[in-house]
Design a protein around this ligand. Structure first.
Ligand code: ATP
Ligand code: MG
Length: 248
């Protein structure tokens, strides 16, 4: 069984996106294509603009120029709240509300964004927790869960909104090594289930085995993108070769 019951995935296109923070030109014409139901892993050195790229996709930051397309349609004029229901995002820090139960962390967004009744929200949240293997933790506080379990709750929370695409920003970087595997397995499961995903990761094994496309970012552009075998076995750009020699 996969972690999504249904899939309404979309394709994603990032087109020549530029973004500067003051004089710091962080994105300098970034391009990315993710086919319907495909998984793209974004790799690259610290500060190359990976997180910023993800944040422009769901419009936590507005690009200075360029375009972001879901299903071929620009999202830049959409209502950001409506857009964030279509795009789920999971961060390195899980961003769960510590004073609320696991269940309430999930129902809150469903009630606010999807305007579900309490009963509907609880039913959906429990079903989603079950799919990530945490049905028994519904009434616990996040602090009483392991890091891996908390991250699975954060993923369940995003999935409960039935997004068309999922963005992961180093979702396993804050986890103890023995907890990484469970979260990566859940992400691989989602990928296999046909969710369109963009995964910023330092887990090269995951990128190699799960990604349909690997995109290497450096200085605000995607320098090279291709199938994992091409990127890892036959990298063309010297900068990518140097990066891989440091991380593999
Ligand atoms: N809100 C912000 N305000 C100003 N500068 C920012 C902001 N967010 C990011 N930056 C700058 O943008 C650049 C790219 O940052 P970003 O977080 O996208 O890199 P990254 O590739 O995700 O790096 P890492 O692998 O370390 O997470 C950095 O120079 C960073 O200082
Ligand atoms: Mg980052």
């Amino acid at each position: 069984m996969t972690a999504t019951a249904t899939t309404t995935s979309v394709s994603l296109g990032v087109r020549d996106v530029h973004l500067a923070f003051g004089a710091n030109r962080v994105l300098r014409g970034a391009d990315l294509d993710v086919a319907f139901g495909a998984t793209a892993c974004v790799i690259g050195p610290s500060g190359s603009g990976k997180s910023t790229l993800l944040r422009t996709i769901n419009r936590l930051i507005e690009p200075d120029s360029g375009d972001v397309l879901l299903d071929g349609r620009s999202v830049l004029r959409d209502d950001p709240d409506a857009l964030r229901q279509r795009i789920g995002m999971v961060f390195q820090q899980f961003n769960l509300f510590p004073h609320m139960s696991v269940l309430r962390n999930i129902t809150l967004a469903l009630r606010k964004l999807k305007k579900l009744s309490e009963d509907e929200a609880v039913q959906l949240a429990r079903a989603q927790l079950d799919l990530v293997g945490l049905a028994a933790k519904a009434d616990s506080r996040p602090a009483h869960l392991s890091g891996g379990q908390q991250q699975r709750v954060a993923i369940a929370r995003a999935l409960a909104l039935q997004p068309q695409i999922m963005l992961f920003d180093e979702a396993t970087s804050a986890l103890d090594p023995e907890l990484v595997k469970g979260v990566l397995a859940l992400m691989a499961d989602l990928s296999a289930g046909g969710m369109t995903m963009v995964v910023v990761t330092h887990e090269m094994g995951f990128a190699r085995s799960v990604a349909d496309t690997v995109a290497f970012m450096d200085h605000g552009v995607v320098l090279e993108a291709g199938e994992p075998a091409a990127i890892f076995e036959a990298p063309e750009h010297p900068r990518l070769r140097r990066f891989l020699s440091q991380v593999l």
